[in-house]
Design a protein around this ligand. Structure first.
Ligand code: NAD
Ligand code: AHE
Ligand code: ZN
Ligand code: ZN
Length: 369
C-alpha cells in the first residue's frame, strides 16, 4: 500500500513528507495505523547523525498510539481494532533476557532492529525500488507501519491515543527510571538534570515515590514553572553559579543527594549527576543518550566511596506486561500526560516539532494523523 511518511533521507536534513510503499505484514507481524506520535529528543539525536546506529534513509519515530489494521499469519495476541502502543523494547517472554527477570531489555529481535530491518532481515518500506529503513522497530512517523507482534502492547480502548502515545517513550522512561531502576524510597532527596519530557516525568516518578526533596536542574528557566507544578521543591540553573553544579548540590543537601537522574544526554552533566550523590550510598541513573564516541568519566574514588552509576532504557519497564497498567494509572489520574503535550500538529508540520524542541519551546509535540 502507499502511505504518507516523514522520510529522513540523510543525517542533518529536514524530514521529507512523501508517499512511500509499505508491504503487508509477514509471519508474526502486524500492520498498524498510527493515530498519534510524540517527538522525542532521541529522534532528533538520530537525525543529527550522532547515533552510531543511525541508518538512512529511514522513517523515524518511536512514541506512538495506534490501532491494529491487519494481522499477519501466526499472530495470536492482538486482533484487528485493538489499541496498541508500539514498543522499541519488545517483550518476547522467551529469550534469556526476558526469562532472567532482571531486565526489560528483550534481545529477541535486537540485532535486526538495530539494522533498521524486520526480524526476517528485510524492510517493509521502499520508494522507487529503494529500501527505506525502519527505526527502533517502530517508525512512528508514518500513517501506517508494520511491527512484530512482540513489539505491541495492547491497551485499554478508553485511553486517548493522542495522549497515551507519550507512554511509548518519554513519560514511561522518566517515571520508570525513578520507580524501577533507582527504586527511590520515601523521604529521599533527588536531583533531576534536564527538564524535557523525560526529566519532568522523572519528577512525577519522584512524587509518586514520596521523595521529600526534588531538585530540578536546567539551563532553560522557562521549564521551572511546570517543574514546580509537577512537584519539584527547588529549581536551579547551573549558569547562576561559579562553582561546579555538583558542589552546589552537595552544599544544598548536607553532603549530596540520595538519587540523581541525568535526562539530558551530555557526558559532562552525567559526571555532575554522579558527583552530586551522597558519599556511601548515592545512586545516579543515566537516562540521557550521548553521541557516538563520547565517554563518561569520573575519579574511580567516587565509586570506591560508595556512589553507584546505573543506566536505564525505557525506565526498566517490560512493555507488554507492564505498560498497559501505566495506561490504567493515567486513566485513574495517577499519571499526568495531557500537560506534557505542548503542541499538536499534522505530519506535514513535523519539522516544526523538531525546531520547537531545539528552541526549548516544547515539552512534547504530538503529530496527529
Ligand atoms: P528534551 O530536549 O526535551 O529535554 C532536554 C532538557 O535538557 C532541556 O530542557 C534542556 O534545556 C536541558 N539541558 C540541555 N543541556 C543542559 C545542561 N547542560 N544543563 C542542564 N540542562 C540542560 O529531551 P528529552 O526528550 O526529555 O530527552 C532527554 C534525553 O533522554 C535525551 O538524551 C534522549 O535521547 C534521552 N532518552 C533516553 C531514553 C532511555 O530509555 N534511556 C528514553 C527517552 C529519551
Ligand atoms: N543507538 C544508540 C543508543 C540509543 C539508545 O540508548 N536508545 C535507548 C532508548 S532512547 C529512547 O528515546 C534504548 O532503549 N537503548 C537500549 C537499546 O537496546 O537500544 C547507540 O548509542 O548506539
Ligand atoms: Zn524516546
Ligand atoms: Zn525477550
Amino acid at each position: 500500500m502507499k502511505v504518507t511518511a516523514a522520510v529522513a533521507w540523510k543525517a542533518g536534513q529536514p524530514l521529507s513528507i512523501e508517499d512511500i510503499n509499505l508491504d503487508g505484514p509477514k509471519h508474526g507481524e502486524v500492520l498498524i495505523r498510527n493515530v498519534a506520535a510524540g517527538v522525542c529528543h532521541t529522534d532528533a539525536f538520530t537525525l543529527s547523525g550522532d547515533d552510531p546506529e543511525g541508518i538512512f534513509p529511514a522513517v523515524l519515530g518511536h512514541e506512538a498510539g495506534a490501532i491494529v489494521e491487519e494481522i499477519g499469519p501466526g499472530v495470536t495476541s492482538v486482533q484487528v481494532g485493538d489499541h496498541v502502543i508500539p514498543l522499541y523494547t519488545p517483550e518476547c517472554g522467551q529469550c534469556k533476557f526476558c526469562l532472567s527477570g532482571k531486565t526489560n531489555l528483550c534481545q529477541a529481535i535486537r540485532v535486526t532492529q538495530g539494522k533498521g530491518l524486520m526480524p526476517d532481515g528485510t524492510s517493509r518500506f521502499s520508494k522507487n525500488g529503494q529500501a527505506i529503513y525502519h527505526y527502533m522497530g517502530t517508525s512512528s512517523f508514518a500513517e501506517y507501519t508494520v511491527l512484530p507482534e512482540i513489539s505491541l502492547a495492547k491497551i485499554n480502548k478508553a485511553a486517548p491515543l493522542d495522549k497515551v502515545c507519550l507512554l511509548g517513550c518519554g513519560v514511561t522512561t522518566g517515571i520508570g527510571a525513578v520507580l524501577n531502576t533507582a527504586k527511590v524510597e520515601p523521604g529521599s532527596t533527588v536531583a533531576i538534570f534536564g527538564l524535557g519530557g523525560i526529566g519532568l516525568s522523572a519528577i512525577q516518578g519522584a512524587v509518586i515515590a514520596n521523595a521529600e526533596r526534588i531538585i530540578a536542574i536546567d539551563i532553560n528557566e522557562d521549564k521551572f514553572e511546570f517543574a514546580k507544578q509537577l512537584g519539584a521543591t527547588d529549581c536551579i540553573n547551573p549558569k547562576h553559579f561559579d562553582q561546579p553544579i555538583q558542589d552546589v548540590l552537595v552544599d544544598m543537601t548536607d553532603g549530596g543527594v540520595d538519587y540523581s537522574f541525568e535526562c539530558i544526554g551530555n557526558v559532562n552533566t552525567m559526571r555532575s549527576a554522579l558527583e552530586c550523590c551522597h558519599k556511601g550510598w548515592g545512586e545516579s541513573v543515566i537516562v540521557g543518550v550521548a553521541g557516538a564516541g563520547q565517554e563518561i568519566s569520573t575519579r574511580p574514588f567516587q565509586l570506591v566511596t560508595g556512589r553507584v552509576w546505573r543506566g536505564t532504557a525505557f525506565g526498566g519497564v517490560k512493555g507488554r506486561s507492564e505498560l498497559p497498567d501505566y495506561v490504567e494509572k493515567y486513566l485513574r489520574g495517577e499519571i499526568k500526560i495531557d500537560e506534557m503535550v505542548t503542541y499538536t500538529m499534522p505530519l506535514n508540520d513535523i519539522n516544526r516539532a523538531f525546531d520547537l524542541m531545539h528552541q526549548g519551546k516544547s515539552i512534547r509535540s504530538v503529530i496527529i494523523y
